[in-house]
Design a protein around this ligand. Structure first.
Ligand code: N01
Length: 541
């Protein structure tokens, strides 16, 4: 296997699609194994999610000391996070630092989208085509395309004809956007909107929020990172990283709860929720064992949060509209905010319910809801993504015997361990559907998958074999296990992007694995120890 990657080169050991945190580490790892690698990235820089989502207030909802790479101890020690939760600029700076430090850019082709990937069984190669006209081949194809990377325009009449400035939070202008003197409308109240709304409200003359589903949001209690805390964390980094793997969500800070919400008295439960609320972040969801499995337990936490909303928002009608009542807390991604509910006490902010009456149409200068016309200058679409499957389905992927990925996944994604798909030899997914990815500390799950992919490639090499793909039976069993685990929880009760419910016509299938990071890793380890049970390694050449 070669290690050079001259521009004219047309065959590679591996092609990686995407230069976010997944693609960057995959490149580094494979290069370290002596493989020739080319990465294609549609942006003009690295960073993935943190490259595209530049809306005001964008920041991670996991603390930076955990939401960061662990694969290189020196990197971990030398980087000093400045804030408790990484801001988008800080996370992007970190991604660029990693790219520089490991000299990654020389193998990344930017501003280039992979359009086709076709497997040639005779040659045991993937033929990859890009919108830049590249036609290259590779033995291995790694989809590091991210789970929330295909922004969705809402299916509303007239959205394309809006004549003012229009922005999607997931594809925000790089130079930033100023809102002083503007009448702004924002559609959506998910995590992106909850972060953007307070910031836009500070600038705009008038901000109208069009809310279809009220979401639960918890104060982040964000602030600068105390250097002494940072150093104390660094001193125990290995221990903390290991502890994270033993938790349900791969977050050391939030270990496994030990008691049911009904093991304690009402007063004790209230006190536990108050402490979690004061701590901020996701802590509230980690207070009791049954919050995501028992409706009555969940309701105790949900009502606690609704009470905080009613306390915060002065207008009782607005407060009630902001109180989520149609899904258990935590079954849609819990939002983290800085002064979200307080923002509705401002005179320049107006909340419009578009659940009772949906948005009828968008006109060149207005959003129309029933008989009401809301005139605006700027339209912000915080309307989310074609999550988990959108990016892979955007590429025409054809595996062995003409199998089309889009057709195979027409009724919902099918994978083995979220890592590979039957009949798509040597094609790997990083944090694909049916893995814990989006239900975990993402970078930890990325590292786990990259290491597993590297181990599969190493095994092929060591044994003189050429292809690996999951067995159909193993894949079916895993899809079924994924569904069984999901239906033991309350998650499927929410019309969430986890269910594909945010995209009209997308199959309603629960996509992430919610058995927890600890269980998932144990399963993967058993598979490996059983000589990669369920994966067929062969000498197809
Ligand atoms: O997208 P979303 P997001 N008419 O899909 C509404 C991660 N993330 O970008 O709920 C009216 O959650 C839609 O309404 P409904 C995080 O994992 C992380 O905010 O479908 N409304 C919803 O309110 C997150 O979960 C961070 O009824 C329409 C909103 O648009 C994921 O990204 C920050 C509509 C979309 O919410 C996605 O978050 C940001 C229509 N026609 C994001 N169509 C952090 O780390 C859609 N909506 C903090």
């Amino acid at each position: 296997m070669s290690s050079s990657s001259a521009v004219s080169q047309t065959h590679f050991d591996a092609i990686v699609v995407g230069a976010g945190f997944a693609g960057m580490y995959m490149l580094h790892k494979l290069r370290g194994m002596g493989l020739s690698v080319r990465v294609y990235e549609r942006g003009d820089g690295v960073g993935g999610t943190w490259y595209w989502n530049r809306y005001p207030g964008a920041r991670c909802d996991l603390e930076s000391m955990e939401y960061s790479y662990s694969f290189d101890k020196d990197l971990q020690q030398e980087w000093d996070w400045q804030e408790k939760y990484g801001t988008q600029p800080e996370l992007l700076k970190y991604a660029n630092h990693v790219a520089d430090r490991f000299d990654l850019r020389r193998d990344i082709v930017f501003e280039t989208r992979v359009t086709h990937a076709h497997y040639d069984a005779r040659a045991v190669r993937w033929a990859v085509t890009t919108d830049g006209g590249d036609q290259v081949t590779a033995t291995h194809l790694v989809m590091a395309t991210g789970n929330l990377s295909t922004p969705q325009l809402p299916k509303i009449d007239g959205v394309a004809d809006f004549a003012g400035r229009r922005f999607h939070t997931g594809d925000w202008p790089h130079g930033g956007v100023d809102f002083p003197g503007r009448r702004v409308g924002i559609i959506g109240t998910g995590s992106s909107a909850v972060q953007a709304i307070p910031k836009i409200a500070e600038q705009a003359d008038q901000l109208t929020v069009f809310q279809r589903t009220a979401n639960f949001s918890i104060p982040a209690r964000h602030g600068p990172l105390d250097p002494s805390q940072r150093e104390a964390h660094k001193a125990r980094y290995d221990e903390i990283r290991s502890a994270a793997y033993e938790t349900p969500f791969g977050i050391a800070k939030y270990g496994s709860p030990t008691q049911s919400a009904f093991d304690v008295s009402d007063a004790e439960r209230q006190k536990i929720y108050e402490d979690a609320w004061a701590l901020g972040g996701q802590a509230l969801l980690f207070t009791f064992t049954d919050l995501l499995t028992d409706g009555a337990a969940n309701e105790t936490a949900a009502e606690f949060v609704r009470e905080r909303i009613r306390e915060t928002v002065k207008n009782p009608a607005v407060a009630e509209l902001l109180c989520p009542k149609d899904h258990p807390i935590g079954t849609k991604r819990l939002c983290l905010d800085s002064f979200y509910y307080e923002t509705y006490n401002r005179n320049n902010v107006n909340l419009v319910d578009v659940k009772t009456t949906a948005i009828s149409r968008i006109e060149p200068h207005a959003v129309v809801v029933g008989d009401n016309v809301y005139e605006i200058d700027d339209l912000v679409l915080a309307t989310g993504f074609d999550a988990m499957t959108g990016a892979a389905r955007d590429i025409d992927i054809i595996g062995a015997d003409g199998a089309r990925l889009a057709e195979r996944w027409a009724a919902g994604p099918q994978t083995y361990l979220g890592l590979m798909v039957a009949d798509f030899p040597n094609m790997y997914l990083i944090t694909g559907p049916q893995s814990p990815g989006v239900k975990s500390q993402m970078i930890l799950s990325i590292e786990h998958h990259v290491d597993m992919i590297a181990a599969m490639i190493e095994k092929l090499r060591a044994e003189g074999l050429t292809t690996v793909a999951p067995e159909a039976q193993a894949q079916d069993a895993w899809v079924s296990e994924n569904n069984t685990v999901a239906h033991m929880t309350l998650y499927p009760e929410a019309a969430s992007w986890y269910m594909g419910a945010n995209i009209p016509g997308k199959p309603r299938v629960f996509m992430p694995y919610v058995g927890g990071v600890k269980q998932y890793r144990a399963t993967c380890q058993e598979v490996i120890d059983d000589n990669w049970r369920g994966f067929a390694f062969s000498d197809a050449g």
